[in-house]
Design a protein around this ligand. Structure first.
Ligand code: SF4
Ligand code: SF4
Length: 473
């Protein structure tokens, strides 16, 4: 007797249409890797032009605009569109930017194809690099005014590209060792992509069931070294599509944007994630965006200047440094003295410490209210802060976009409402995630309510910092 499945049984067995569409997109990307590589080289060319050409021209004067000066245009593209846009894209497409468009990733992989192909040393594998590299580049970028001038942009972005090529040339075979371990934004992108509504899902059963000879025929190269068979999180995946359809087990799929943080982060979150979210994104990045508009910075500077004058130590008030150490553009009346640089570092350090303590203590209390103290639970709950941290860094970076658009006469009277909606939405999203994580940890509604209230206290410091920056100062 032949079994003929009923229409209903067939409909149930067949993946829903939206799943098939996304899987088809993934398969298309796998089949069109040459086209993707062509796009990558195109982006490399545009990136090189925008990074190098402004350094060959005089600095723009007050009459320069986005549409008539390549330096201002490059500034707008890099810091006004590219950076906030890439961060936003992480929340929508995961790390598609990394897999398809990033010039640094493509160059590093290219160098690795033709380089020494050595084993990856232990120092490269240190898991603290994403945190340390993000902190260092954020603070250094402020000291040299990376958002304002082309030379520091070339130094930081170009230096990072040279380092990516060097690491690619030395280590791995056709891999992106730089991306996996050392890229300063790898950690941030990995965190933000956890909220993406799509990912490459792996069906373990289908993977195991696939005959080895068929798997050998389909072999692919995962450049960022993701262990695809056991992949649960999409943090390390560059969404390049090369594994799509492998063993009939890997497919691009839609998912609930909260699913990874609620269901998976309990197993994958680490102390370095918590450090990057709390110290890096909520602390240092907020302080770095804020110091130049802060009256507290001015008060601190005046206090130290007075103290130095009283003690007859004048040189820190008069001495400047080369532009690659401290901002130094005398022709534009923009020079940081040693005192300015030291107070800037002090302010960022102080604010980072204050925000870190103000976030970490209520977060720890929240974990304790949900159940017994477990560091793993703390790191899991810190992932609930990702929407808030993402909102802060996107709004902070878009401040450069706003400055440039205002200078070009655009009417942005609607901006305060958009900022308010973004912060309120991110706050609600973080609270929602915290409530669900707390319920998982406690399995009690009372404990969940108490833990979520404590979590709400943890959000006060960063939200206050943004309110001060956007509405009060
Ligand atoms: S990890 Fe960094 S260098 Fe690598 S592709 Fe992503 S952004 Fe580019
Ligand atoms: S797991 Fe690797 S090969 Fe597959 S899409 Fe992600 S980065 Fe590409």
């Amino acid at each position: 007797m032949t079994f003929i499945p009923s229409a209903r049984a067939y409909a149930l067995a067949k993946p829903p249409r939206h799943r098939r569409v996304l899987a088809t997109v993934g398969d298309w990307m796998r089949r069109h890797q040459r086209l993707i590589r062509g796009v990558q080289w195109g982006v490399v060319a545009v990136y090189a032009v925008l990074l190098i050409v402004p350094n060959l021209l005089p600095l723009p004067d007050r009459t320069a605009h986005v549409w008539n000066n390549i330096t201002v245009f490059a500034q707008f593209v890099f810091w006004g569109v590219w950076w906030p846009g890439v961060l936003l894209s992480m929340l929508i497409f995961g790390r598609l930017w990394c897999g398809v468009l990033c010039p640094e990733g493509s160059l590093s992989e290219f160098a690795s194809r033709h380089g020494r192909q050595r084993a990856i040393p232990r120092w490269v594998r240190w898991p603290g690099w994403p945190f340390a590299a993000f902190l260092l580049t954020t603070v250094y970028g402020q000291l040299v005014s990376v958002y304002q001038y082309p030379a520091p942009a070339l130094l930081i972005l170009g230096g990072s590209t040279v380092a990516a090529i060097g690491v690619g040339f030395l280590y791995g075979r056709e891999k992106r060792v730089w991306c996996r371990y050392l890229c300063p934004v790898n950690g941030v992108f990995g965190l933000l992509s956890k909220l993406a509504p799509m990912h490459y899902a792996v069906d373990r059963q289908a993977w195991e069931d696939c005959p080895p000879e068929s798997a050998a025929r389909e072999a692919f190269n995962c450049a960022p070294l993701v262990p695809v068979r056991t992949m649960e999180s999409c943090s390390a995946c560059h969404m390049c599509g090369r594994c799509s359809g492998f063993r009939s087990a890997v497919h691009l799929e839609a998912r609930a944007p909260n699913s990874e943080i609620v269901d998976v982060s309990g197993r994958t979150a680490t102390i370095w994630d918590s450090a990057l979210i709390i110290v890096g994104l909520l602390g240092t990045a907020t302080a770095a965006f804020q110091w130049s508009s802060s009256p507290w910075f001015v008060t601190l500077k005046q206090f130290f200047a007075r103290w130095l004058i009283e003690h007859d130590v004048i040189w820190p008030l008069e001495t400047s440094a080369p532009w690659w150490l401290l901002t130094n553009y005398a022709g534009h009346n923009d020079v940081m003295t040693v005192l300015d640089g030291a107070v800037c570092l002090f302010y960022i350090g102080l604010m980072t410490t204050a925000i870190t303590v103000a976030v970490a203590l209520p977060l720890a209390l929240s974990v304790r209210l949900a159940g017994p103290w477990r560091p793993k639970d703390f790191h899991h709950l810190s992932h609930a802060l990702i929407p808030l941290a993402a909102c802060g860094i996107i709004l902070g970076l878009s401040a450069t976009t706003v400055t440039l658009l205002r200078a070009d006469g655009f009417d942005l009277t609607w901006l305060p409402q958009v900022r308010f909606a973004a912060i309120a939405g991110a706050l609600a999203w973080s609270l929602w995630l915290a409530g669900h994580i707390a319920y998982r940890q406690s399995a009690s509604w009372t404990r969940t309510a108490l833990a979520t209230t404590a979590f709400a206290l943890a959000t006060l410091a960063p939200v206050t910092a943004w309110v001060l920056m956007f509405w009060i100062w």
